[in-house]
Design a protein around this ligand. Structure first.
Ligand SMILES: Cc1cc2nc3c(=O)[nH]c(=O)nc-3n(C[C@H](O)[C@H](O)[C@H](O)COP(=O)(O)OP(=O)(O)OC[C@H]3O[C@@H](n4cnc5c(N)ncnc54)[C@H](O)[C@@H]3O)c2cc1C
Ligand SMILES: NC(=O)c1ccc[n+]([C@@H]2O[C@H](COP(=O)([O-])OP(=O)(O)OC[C@H]3O[C@@H](n4cnc5c(N)ncnc54)[C@H](O)[C@@H]3O)[C@@H](O)[C@H]2O)c1
Length: 469
């Protein structure tokens, strides 16, 4: 019988997991197990390719709306396959290069296969099908194990079992052509971003979501404003969850049956959330406890319930965001290297952005959180159009909403409008480092007439207790 390969460290997953071993791990025997495309979600099918498409979509929309500024222009043609090939012509080599680098690295073994726990810190690896997989199943053990196995699209059973072809974010960016009519099921991040991309690049988009508004995890005012704007551009169906299996007609048309009636499209994109991959890991065999929603239970140091096993990112985090997965990977790296001085993850103030049109960015408490929890608050919504740069942009829909305690403590910020994902950064800094509204507004210069003046005005507009002004 072959001896079981034993490693100092075994990492499952090459998204943020692959970032852990750096030069400080030289001299350690490290194993990395990956069953899919090397580099994980963000690089291959997530943040990076989507934003490359979003940028192209933004350019197309800017051109289409240029005439309100007195610049007459039109989009002559969308070269979808050129966009696609530019995006993946850049990304695919990074994935291949990352894999080749690790495979050639001294002290590192890459197993291309699917890992499942067979016991404590013991993993059975089934080879990935195809030419790149390991040749034979292998069981490996590690002194320490890091589970960074991510999440995958959740597909409603009524669609999954229908036999009708559908896409997810994993494959929709690789289509050969832009669908003439695209039906998107869902109303969250992925639905909002792809609705913008496909509509700007040529599709007629219908969004069918289960809830009463789009982007319901946002502040209620932002969600309501976005839903209204979206309905002006796309066919938005609320409270429209699928009711029966979709059907495909002989001409290829896909008919989605929903609570709001039947929707015809040429392609179907399912964007109804992502589930942690813990269910495919035999976590119990490894001694790892799970939350009811499938996330691996971790403590503040990212330790699981199994000794010597850590978890990070989408497989364990309540935030399915790359900056969170990266932060957690950095904490795990530190704790592997410095077990006597462990660090804790700090997810007290996690910001996020939705790269749709208009962009949305958020940090901290929403107005409904304060109301529901009985937290005293004031808030101010300032329009981009109230400041000079907003006039220059002819912006009519952008807003910055700030939520604060009556004493000026900043509690949350919620933005919708051009560059919201960048504009939010000073508010992230202020909330993270405890800067109060008054100090932030009055004790620094705000460049005139730059767009951040909208933040300054929102801060100044907060109805704080008089002694705090
Ligand atoms: C379309 C889309 C757009 C996104 N855009 C953004 C964005 O703009 N900003 C942002 O912050 N976040 C974004 N995200 C979320 C972000 O991509 C994830 O939060 C992040 O990539 C999670 O990293 P991870 O390391 O936890 O998991 P992953 O990157 O998913 O890595 C997990 C890896 O483990 C492998 N694996 C899983 N199970 C096993 C197993 N049993 N054996 C072997 N290998 C296994 C998988 O193949 C995968 O490669 C987006 C996600 C999607 C889907
Ligand atoms: N810019 C970013 O940071 C970014 C971009 C994309 C994805 N992500 C991450 O990926 C996660 C997954 O994205 P997502 O958009 O799939 O999930 P989501 O949780 O953001 O949204 C899911 C949506 O699907 C709807 N839904 C659920 N079941 C349904 C059903 N049966 N029928 C109709 N609608 C249904 C929900 O009401 C909700 O609107 C996000 O939560 C986010 O953390 C982040």
């Amino acid at each position: 019988m072959e001896p079981v390969p034993h490693h100092d460290l075994v990492i499952i997953g090459t998204g943020s997991g692959n970032t852990i071993p750096d030069e400080r791990f030289a001299g350690m025997d490290v194993a990395i197990i990956e069953h899919g495309v090397y580099g994980g979600t963000c690089l291959n099918v997530g943040c990076i390719p989507t934003k490359m498409y979003v940028y192209a979509a933004d350019v197309a929309e800017t051109i289409r709306h240029a005439s309100r500024l007195g610049v007459d222009a039109s989009v002559d043609k969308i070269r979808w396959t050129d966009i696609r090939d530019r995006v993946f012509g850049r990304i695919d080599p990074i994935s291949a290069g990352g894999q080749a680098y690790r495979q050639g690295q001294e002290g590192t073994t890459v197993y291309l296969g699917h890992a499942r726990f067979a016991g404590e810190r013991e993993l059975a690896v089934t080879p990935t099908e195809g030419p790149t997989g390991n040749r034979a199943p292998v069981t490996v053990t590690g002194d320490r194990v890091v589970v960074a196995a991510g999440a995958r699209p959740a597909i409603p059973e009524v669609i999954a079992s229908s036999g009708v072809p559908f896409h997810t974010s994993d494959d929709v960016m690789r289509l050969d052509e832009v669908p003439r009519r695209l039906t998107i099921v869902g109303g969250g991040y992925i639905a909002a971003e792809f609705a913008h991309v496909f509509s700007a690049l040529g599709s007629e988009v219908t969004l069918a979501t289960r809830g009463p508004a789009l982007l319901r995890d946002q502040d209620e005012e932002i969600s309501a404003r976005f839903t209204e704007l979206a309905a002006q551009r796309w066919n938005v169906l609320l409270e429209a969850a699928p009711t029966a299996p979709p059907e495909q007609r002989a001409d290829g048309t896909i008919v989605l049956h929903s609570h709001q009636g039947s929707i015809e499209g040429d392609a179907l994109l399912v964007a109804t959330g992502r589930i942690p991959n813990s269910d495919r890991l035999d976590a119990a065999a490894g001694g790892l406890a799970l939350h009811p929603d499938g996330r691996i239970v971790v403590d503040e140091q990212q330790r699981t319930t199994a000794p010597g096993v850590w978890a990070l990112g989408d497989v364990s985090s309540e935030f399915q965001l790359k900056h969170v997965a990266n932060h957690e990977a950095a904490v795990v790296r530190h704790n592997l290297l410095h077990p006597d001085e462990p660090r804790a993850t700090n997810n007290a103030h996690v910001p996020s952005a939705v790269f749709t049109d208009p962009q949305i960015a958020s940090i901290g408490l929403r107005e409904q959180d304060c109301r529901d929890r009985g937290i005293p608050y004031v808030c101010k919504t300032q329009r981009y159009g109230d400041v000079a740069f907003g006039w220059a942009m002819e912006d009519t829909t952008g807003v910055v909403k700030i939520v604060a305690s009556p004493d000026g403590t900043l509690l949350g910020a919620h933005l919708m409008g051009p560059e919201a994902s960048s504009l939010v950064q000073p508010l992230i800094q202020a909330i993270t480092f405890g800067l109060d509204a008054r100090t932030m507004a009055e004790k620094q210069y705000w460049i005139h007439p730059a767009l951040p003046e909208v933040i300054e005005n929102a801060l100044l507009g907060l109805a704080l207790d008089p002694e705090n002004w």
